[in-house]
Design a protein around this ligand. Structure first.
Ligand SMILES: C[S@@+](CC[C@H](N)C(=O)[O-])C[C@H]1O[C@@H](n2cnc3c(N)ncnc32)[C@H](O)[C@@H]1O
Ligand SMILES: [Mg+2]
Length: 272
C-alpha cells in the first residue's frame, strides 16, 4: 500500500471551490488521471498516440488560421516571431514545441505539475525556450496576462465549468488576438471511435480517460464561446481515414474531432 496523502493535499487545491474559495475550472479527478500518464506524453505509441497522430493535422489547422488572421509571411522560417502565444492545458507540450519552433514566444500552462515537469524536461532537451507553468487560465487572468494567440486543444472536455474556463481564456486575449479550440463532438460516431475504439478495442488510452457525456457539440461550443465574449468561425473537422491511417481537415465532417477559431468581441459587448 502506498500513502498518497501528499497527492491528496495538493489535489484539494484543485477542488471547484479553489484554494481561496474562488471558482476553479479544474476537475481534480481529471488532473489525477492525466498525472498517471505524465511520463508518457512523448511516447508515440503510448496513451497519447491519438494526439501524436492527430498533431500534423492540428498544426495545419493552426497554421491556416494564424496565417489568415495575422497575414503571416508563409515563406518566413519563423512566421510567429513577435507574437505571444499561450498553450492552455498544454500537457507534455506536443503543440507548444512546434509553436516555439515557428518563432512564437510560448507560455505553456497546465493544471498538472507533473505534466509541466515532463514538458519542461523535453523542451530543454530539444533546445527550446518555453515558459512552462503549473497554473490555470483563471490565475493567469487574475495576474493580468495577455496573449496574441491562445491555443486550447482537447481541454474543454476535461474542465469543471466550460463557460467559466472560456471566460478566463477570454480575459487572456489581446483585443486583436485569436483563440483556437479543439475538442470531441458528442455523437454516436465519437462514442464508437473515441470511447469504444480508442479505449476498449485499440487500448491506446486507459478506460475512462474520456467521459462521452462531457463531449461538446459544435453548436454548444459556439454558444459557450459566444457567452464567454467571443465571435466564432465555422467549425472545421479533423477526420480519420482508417484505410490510409491518416487524418485530414474537413469543413463538412465534424462528427468526431473538430476545432473552432474564436476572436474576442469588444469588451463593451460582453457584459463583463
Ligand atoms: C487531453 S490533454 C491535451 C493536452 C494538449 N493540449 C494537447 O492537445 O496535446 C488535456 C490537458 O488539459 C489539462 N487540464 C485539464 N483541465 C485543465 C484546466 N482547468 N486548466 C488547465 N489545464 C487543464 C490536463 O492536465 C491535460 O494535460
Ligand atoms: Mg481528451
Amino acid at each position: 500500500m502506498t500513502s498518497d496523502s501528499g497527492t491528496h493535499s495538493s489535489r484539494t487545491d484543485h477542488t471547484p471551490a479553489g484554494r481561496e474559495g474562488k471558482i476553479s475550472t479544474v476537475d481534480a479527478d481529471e488532473i489525477a488521471n492525466f498525472e498517471k500518464m505524465a511520463d508518457h506524453w512523448w511516447d508515440p505509441n503510448g496513451p497519447f498516440k491519438p494526439l501524436h497522430q492527430l498533431n500534423p493535422t492540428r498544426l495545419a489547422f493552426i497554421r491556416e488560421a494564424l496565417d489568415s488572421h495575422f497575414t503571416l509571411n508563409p515563406a518566413a522560417a519563423q512566421p510567429l516571431q513577435g507574437l505571444r502565444l499561450l498553450d492552455i492545458g498544454c500537457g507534455g507540450g506536443l503543440v507548444s514545441e512546434p509553436m516555439a519552433r515557428l518563432g512564437a514566444s510560448v507560455t505553456g500552462v497546465d493544471a498538472s505539475e507533473k505534466n509541466i515537469g515532463t514538458a519542461s524536461v523535453h523542451a530543454e532537451r530539444s533546445g527550446l525556450t518555453i515558459d512552462y507553468r503549473a497554473t490555470t487560465a483563471e490565475s493567469l487572468a487574475e495576474n493580468g496576462e495577455h496573449f496574441d494567440i491562445v491555443i486550447n486543444l482537447e481541454v474543454v472536455e476535461h474542465v469543471a465549468d466550460v463557460t467559466a474556463y472560456l471566460k478566463a481564456c477570454r480575459q487572456l486575449i489581446k483585443p486583436d488576438g485569436i483563440m483556437l479550440v479543439s475538442t470531441l463532438n458528442r455523437t454516436a460516431k465519437s462514442f464508437a471511435m473515441a470511447i469504444v475504439g480508442a479505449e476498449y478495442v485499440m487500448r491506446w488510452l486507459p478506460r475512462g480517460t474520456h467521459d462521452w457525456t462531457k463531449f461538446i457539440t459544435p453548436a454548444e461550443l459556439s454558444d459557450h464561446l459566444e457567452q464567454a465574449g467571443f465571435d466564432t468561425a465555422s467549425p472545421q473537422g479533423f477526420i480519420f481515414n482508417p484505410l490510409t491511417w491518416r487524418w485530414a481537415l474537413s469543413s463538412r465532417d465534424t462528427a468526431v474531432n473538430y476545432a473552432i477559431a474564436a476572436t474576442p468581441r469588444s469588451m463593451d459587448n460582453t457584459g463583463q
